[in-house]
Design a protein around this ligand. Structure first.
Ligand SMILES: Cc1cc2nc3c(=O)[nH]c(=O)nc-3n(C[C@H](O)[C@H](O)[C@H](O)COP(=O)(O)O)c2cc1C
Length: 228
């Protein structure tokens, strides 16, 4: 199984998203997946210009000459795409949204009805694969991810891909801070590894595993004592 992981954090390898992705990717690889991790912040990807040339003039190809040229074939060929992004103002980061907008050359311009909803067909050669979300937030509550999850589910339908679940880690930034003070979150890290393994091995992630990943790390009151 080919897995493409897109890290949409502007902080790249230094970020909390990367910290969560590491064991998750290890788990996917241990189940036999061929995983490629791409950090968006290393790429040059301009915003979509909305010209629709990728549909009508140069079908399947964007007129912009940037790193999306290399990314489109990888996206088209992935059995599973993992969109990993921190929550930014209740959604995905700007670079991640730009990346998703720039993936429309993989759709055709013509319309079709799917489940009585207007859609665009997938361009020939694009796999109807799966999509998973990995996200971290600054705040502690799990509902910080609600708008993003709704968006990703809708985007999966839009791109004719199956949404197979969300790995959500609220308040992820506190992991290294608390570890420095002696705390251990081995169960969370193990659950991230398990989730990756389950997703590749079984096609879905178990609820208990996802709940362990999202569990409270430090009582909210303690965080308020420091930052309130
Ligand atoms: C511009 C900006 C907007 C943010 N908006 C939210 C938000 O709406 N809700 C939230 O819980 N955290 C928010 N955060 C916090 C990030 O989600 C958090 O710091 C996360 O750990 C960053 O991940 P990274 O280190 O991988 O970049 C925001 C951070 C930034 C920089």
């Amino acid at each position: 199984m080919k897995v493409l992981v897109i890290n949409g954090s502007p902080r790249g390898d230094r970020g909390a998203t990367a910290g969560v992705l590491k064991p998750f990717i290890e788990g996917m690889e241990s189940a036999g997946a061929n995983v490629e991790l791409v950090n968006i912040q290393k790429l040059k990807i301009n915003p979509c210009r909305g010209c629709f040339d990728c549909w009508w003039k140069t079908p399947g190809a964007c007129i912009q000459n940037d790193d999306m040229k290399e990314m489109l074939p990888k996206l088209a060929d992935s059995d599973l795409t993992v969109y990993a992004t921190p929550v930014y103002v209740d959604g995905m980061t700007g670079p991640m949204k730009t990346f998703m907008d720039r993936s429309i050359p993989l759709l055709e311009g013509k319309w079709e009805l799917r489940d009585n909803h207007c859609r665009h067909p997938l361009r020939e050669g694009t796999k109807a694969g799966k999509i998973a979300l990995v996200s971290v937030s600054g705040f502690t509550e799990r509902d910080n991810f609600d708008p993003l999850v709704v968006h990703m589910k809708a985007a999966a339908l839009n791109m004719k891909r199956e949404f197979v679940g969300a790995v959500l880690r609220p308040c992820a930034w506190i992991i290294p801070v608390a570890e420095e003070r002696g705390a251990s979150f081995d169960d969370v890290i193990d659950a991230l590894r398990d989730a990756g393994k389950q997703l590749v091995g079984q096609g879905k992630m178990e609820e208990d595993t996802l709940n362990t990943i999202s569990r409270e790390l430090v009582p909210r009151q303690q965080i308020f004592e420091r930052f309130g």
